[in-house]
Structures are given as C-alpha cells and as structure tokens.
Write a protein that binds this ligand. Structure first.
Ligand code: AMP
Ligand code: MG
Length: 399
C-alpha cells in the first residue's frame, strides 16, 4: 500500500515534459495556461485623470474656507485632451476618465458646485481630490499575469486593457479516454440484460475538459485481450495521456493489468484510501497511462487525486492542487486510521454561529454516483485520523 501523497508525488515526478506553447488570439485563450510572464508596456491609467464628472481646478484656487468663483473656460469630454494649461481663476468642465489638463490638480464633483453661465462657485475641498493617478493601477514594466496561471475572464480583460491581442499559452494536453467492460453499454443504445449504461466516460470527459485537457473519446472496449491491446496502443499514439476505467481489480476479466504489462511499463498500486483503492499507473510509449477503478465514485475521485494534477502539470499550471478549507462536522463520521478517506459532503453556512458546517450525503458506497450529485464537496479525512465526533473540524474541498 502506498499513501495518496506518495502516489501523487510519484506521478508528478514522471510528468517532466510540458506541452508546447502556442500563440493564440486572446479571444481563444479562456482557460488556457499562460506560458510566459506578461509585463505592462505602459502605465495604467496612462495619465492622471478625473474620477468624477465635474470641474478641474488648480490646487492654488481651492479655497481654504468659504467659496470662490472661477471662470469655466472649456468643456473636456472623456477621450479628449486639453492642449492648453489652466490659468489661475479658471476651471474646466471635465468628464470621468478624461486626462487632467496641465495645471489642474483637483476635481470638484458637479454635485457640490453651483454653476451660473460661465461661472462656477466652488466650496473648500481636499487638494488633489477625485484625481486618479497615472500608474495607480499598473506601472509600466510590472508583471501583471504570471506564467502558469490559467486565464479567467478577468485576466483576459487585463491583458486587453494593455492593448494585447495575442498571448503565448500552453496547448491543451490531449487525453484519450476509454471505458472497459462487457457489461458497459453506450447510453442511447438498447441495454441488454445484465448491462449498465456507461457513466464513467462521461464524468471523466467533463472532468478532463474542466481541468484543461482535450478529450479524445475512444468509447467502450469489451473485456477481450486483443481488443483492449489494440485500443490502448491506438490511444497512446494520439494523446499525451491515456485514461481508462474498470478492469483494474483482481477478477478474471480484469485484463488491464495483463495487457499493460505487455505493451507498457505499469505499476499497480493499492493506495491507502477509500474509496478507490486499486489504481494502475504507468506509460504506454510516450503517453502517461492511468487505469482508474470501475466504480463511478472511485473513478471520479481517483481522477481528481491523480490525473487532474498530472494534466495541470502537463498544461504548465503552477498550482496543481485545489484549495481546501475547514468546516465543523454536523454528525459523527466513521473513519479507519491508516488510510485517507473521502466522503461526499454538503457544506453549508450556519449564520447563527458564523461558521461553515458540513454533513455527509448519506450512504457512501463507491458505486453511489448520486452522492457526488447531492454533495457539493469532498470531506477529506487524513490517514492518522480516527472517528470524527460531531463539532470537530474537518478538511473540505468544494467541488
Ligand atoms: P471493474 O473494476 O471493471 O470490475 O468494475 C467495477 C464496477 O464498476 C463494476 O460494478 C462495473 O460494472 C462498474 N463499472 C465499470 N465501468 C463502468 C463505467 N464505465 N460506468 C459505470 N460503471 C462502471
Ligand atoms: Mg470490468
């Protein structure tokens, strides 16, 4: 038996070659991983500008007390630049975002002044008020998005605010996916007695896409040696990662092990975890291979623990594991020491205690896929831990 952490480390040690980067239009870069640091080519904002609609005045003209009357000499909409300089006793009507005219240092919001024809009466105010400084958001040369970060809408917006139209991002690792088992039927076809519809391939398709991989779906392979060998070789020839589910336990028809010993380098692991103990890990030619367990919860969980960080690493991501949090257990939970257990939980906020709480979704069998649907998080109970009493803190990973 190896621990979850050891398994993860061994897998990540093997993933040494990151997929190559490509130049992409920013409009296609959502969720891609940035391959180089992006530095700002100029200050943002590029010049001092007004934070409000109002009147720009010289700091010397701001009255220390009482009011002062100034002459409004120009009207400055956003996007235009005043090419003169502001003289003493003058004010310029200015719109939000318009660059500050030379000589002006303070902006009066229009709500606090009195305007009469070409005169404006201003009260006292802090000098420099309502001015956004040049470079106050970003200074030229500073790294605004770092290599290894997946691009969210806000990163893309930030890049385009700097005038960029292309980014260097890693391509999506290709992940070939197949289900094994004579009992597994394709949804949409007629199910023969004794058959179940495939679910693993569909939870895994979504999981692969969500973590940045590109799915190559190779369907269902029957429990026949030659068919499995051919499909796996095929898979390895077209993808960086091959993922299968089922066929890794010790039954007579669990052929993944035998076939992989012939065509690749494979280790079979008993991971000290529940659910999802048996797992095959290795390579077929240059492709990384993951043989996930057949039970639906186990295969999804094994994916989260072992395949997702590998895909993230291949895709050039710096952060390989999701953040976890702590919550109070609503109920007692059985836990065996010596292995890591993962329960499906419902995380909820208790406002009267100002604290996050978690309860399990009920029966935790590794075939009960509904527990993943009803739940909104994993409850992670470490190896050393024994039974959990109500009120104790437990680690949670939101889905
Ligand atoms: P196995 O390890 O192949 O014996 O599979 C373990 C259990 O998982 C069996 O009950 C299988 O029917 C089930 N199973 C295997 N593959 C799938 C799949 N693709 N979708 C849903 N259940 C599966
Ligand atoms: Mg099977």
């Amino acid at each position: 038996m190896i621990s979850v952490r050891d398994g993860q480390n061994r897998i990540l040690d093997r993933v040494t070659k990151i997929v190559s980067p490509e130049l992409l239009p920013v409009t296609d870069a959502l969720d891609r991983v940035l391959a180089e640091d992006v530095r700002a080519p100029f200050d943002v904002p590029p010049s001092d500008n007004s934070a409000v609609d109002g009147y720009a005045v010289r700091n010397d003209d701001v009255p220390a007390h009482g009011t002062r009357d100034l002459t409004v000499t120009a009207d400055l909409p956003a996007g235009s630049v005043y090419d003169g300089a502001l003289a003493a006793g003058q004010a310029i009507r200015i719109m939000t975002g318009a660059p500050m005219p030379a000589g002006a240092g303070t902006v009066y919001p229009q709500e606090i002044v009195e305007r009469q024809d070409a005169r404006v009466r201003i009260p006292t105010l802090d000098k420099g008020a309502n001015v956004r400084g040049r470079g106050e958001d970003i200074t030229s040369g500073m790294t605004v998005v770092e290599a290894g970060v997946p691009l969210r809408p806000q990163e893309i917006g930030l890049l385009t605010s700097l005038g960029l139209v292309q980014v260097l991002a890693h391509s999506r690792p290709r992940v070939a996916l197949l289900s094994t088992g004579d009992e597994v039927a394709e949804p949409g076809t007629v199910r023969k007695p004794g058959q179940i519809y495939d679910s693993n391939r569909f939870t895994l398709r979504g999981s692969i896409t969500r973590c940045g991989g590109e799915v190559i779906d190779l369907g269902i392979v029957p429990d026949r040696r030659e068919a499995l060998r051919a499909r796996l070789l095929d898979a390895a020839s077209m993808a960086e990662v091959v993922v299968s589910s089922g066929g890794v336990s010790v039954g007579v028809y669990d052929l993944v092990k035998d076939v992989l010993e012939e065509i690749g380098g494979i280790e079979f692991w008993q991971v000290a975890m529940q659910p999802g103990r048996p797992l095959a890990m290795g390579s077929i030619g240059p492709a990384h291979f993951f043989g996930l367990p057949g039970n639906p919860v186990a295969s999804m969980l094994a994916f989260m623990l072992f395949v997702r960080p590998a895909i993230h690493k291949l895709a050039g991501r710096r952060q390989l594991f999701p953040a976890t949090f702590h919550a109070r257990a609503d109920e007692a939970m059985r836990k065996k020491t010596g292995r890591r257990e993962f329960k499906r939980g419902v995380l909820h906020y208790a406002p009267e205690e100002a604290a996050w709480h978690v309860r399990t979704t009920g029966p935790q069998g590794s075939g009960i896929l509904r527990s993943m649907v009803v739940g909104n998080c994993l409850v992670i109970l470490d190896e050393e831990r024994g039974d959990v009493a109500p009120g104790e803190l437990v680690e949670v990973e939101p889905f």
